[in-house]
Design a binder for this molecule. Structure first.
Ligand code: PMT
Length: 401
């Protein structure tokens, strides 16, 4: 029988009394076939000694960012790449604030910026500090960026008070982090479009839109977590490609069309979150247009409707569209679901104060032929996970019929 590869966990310990539980945490992680590298903040060294941690993890423990000896072995960028998961336990109020700000003023915070691994945070602090609006705002921001909160628990605290802020027990943290994930999309190929398109007018100008790609990238990450092979055809965005996702970069709707049509035959599911230009300039001017005339007229021609063409293929995948609407959201979405022959459509209100294009949060009304589900406003990262699960369920139901 082949042995499963060990999960590589980078454990970051910050300064709080709960740090005394970390030798037990390391033991629990190692019992579950994890390799653990430990990085401490200077404050953590007041609560637990590097020597105790080294004894239980079997590796030297690091705290300095610029330690020539440690850097000569595995430098901090290598360490960030090495990790399958970054777990910060305990995560003090100060550390959460530094992470939320994106500071890189010690080894642990530098690693948190440099890693592309999922980040898990086990907060531990006095309950008033936990409930403080500043801490709550930091936690919300970190969750919106995709960090996963483990706890805190509630109960009696080291300070003698009672309330939320206790670090979860080591066994609980180890089990949650290393629990087998549902892999309901294993063996499936999911093709997702995301971001804006840019339609060239001349060598320096284009027609674009305000899509950031956040919604599509969140879905790509979520389908990967469900075990799918994911290809993300993406317009220009500032986002990093989610771990394990194959990204194909495009600029125009025409390139998006080509990239999708070349890959659609192998996919079981197609999800179109991209904001595709419906029209492009009829002619792209070869040199920069000079501002000589008092007005300028552009003739636009229709782009192909990629979503409708995919849904109409003889061997069409399970096809999910998005609808960006400024009014009568559900009605227009239902019309698109029917007119384009889709399996599902996720509709969002755009152009409002919250949600839609560019925002970190979004709300969706998801429709299919026999049902609907409403997702209230929440971070797109979380919404992506909820929507991916719903799509996976509806896809499974379609196979059963
Ligand atoms: O990227 P973010 O900043 O996170 O914002 C997310 C979002 C608002 C862009 C996203 O949630 C969204 O609504 N995406 C669809 C945007 C859109 O173009 O909607 P539409 O109603 O115009 O198009 C309907 C559907 O047809 C969409 O699935 C679109 O991808 C697809 N389409 C449109 C035109 C075209 N030529 N080809 C297409 O495939």
């Amino acid at each position: 029988m082949t042995q499963q590869a060990a999960t590589k966990i980078l454990l970051g310990i910050s300064g709080g009394i709960a740090a005394y539980k970390t030798p037990d945490l390391i033991r629990r992680l190692r019992e579950r076939n994890a390799e653990v590298e430990v990085v401490m903040t200077r404050a953590a060294e007041s609560f637990v000694t590097p020597l105790s941690l080294q004894a239980v993890c079997g590796r030297s423990v690091r705290s300095a960012l610029l330690d020539p000896q440690a850097e000569a072995g595995m430098d901090h960028i290598e360490l960030a790449r090495w990790a399958d998961h970054l777990l910060v336990a305990p995560a003090s109020a100060h550390l959460l604030a530094r992470l939320a700000l994106g500071l890189a003023d010690d080894l642990l915070t530098t690693l948190a910026l440099a890693t592309t691994a999922p980040v898990w945070l086990a907060p531990a602090m006095n309950h008033q500090m936990w409930l403080h609006p500043a801490t709550q705002a930091n936690v919300q921001l970190l969750s919106a960026r995709g960090c996963v909160l483990l706890g805190p628990g509630s109960g009696s605290q080291a300070c003698g008070e009672i309330g939320p802020g206790r670090m979860l027990e080591p066994l609980d943290i180890a089990e949650r982090l290393l629990a087998p994930r549902p892999q309901c999309m294993a063996g499936r190929h999911v093709l997702i479009t995301a971001g804006p398109t840019q339609e060239a007018i001349d060598p320096v100008r284009y027609i674009g839109n305000r899509s950031s790609g956040k919604m599509g990238y969140a879905l790509a990450a979520a389908f990967t977590e469900l075990g799918a092979r994911v290809t993300l055809v993406s317009g220009p965005t500032a986002l990093a490609c989610p771990l394990g996702v194959e990204r194909v970069s495009i600029e125009s709707a025409g390139q998006l069309y080509e990239a999708v049509m070349q890959r659609v035959q192998t996919c079981s599911l197609f999800v179109a979150t991209a904001a595709v230009a419906d029209y492009r300039p009829q002619d792209v001017v070869a040199t920069k247009i000079k501002k000589e005339a008092s007005s300028l007229t552009l003739t636009l021609v229709r782009n192909p409707d990629i979503l409708a063409e995919v849904a109409a293929l003889p061997e069409a995948p399970f096809t999910v569209g998005f609808a960006a609407e400024t009014d009568a959201v559900e009605q227009h979405a239902m019309e698109k679901l029917q007119a384009k022959g889709l399996d599902m459509i996720a509709a969002n209100l755009v152009g409002a104060e919250h949600g839609g294009f560019g925002a970190d949060d979004n709300a969706l009304i998801v429709l299919w032929h026999a049902g609907r589900q409403v997702f209230p406003m929440m971070p797109k990262v979380r919404l992506g996970k909820e929507l991916a699960k719903l799509i996976a369920d509806r896809y499974a139901a379609s196979l059963a019929n």
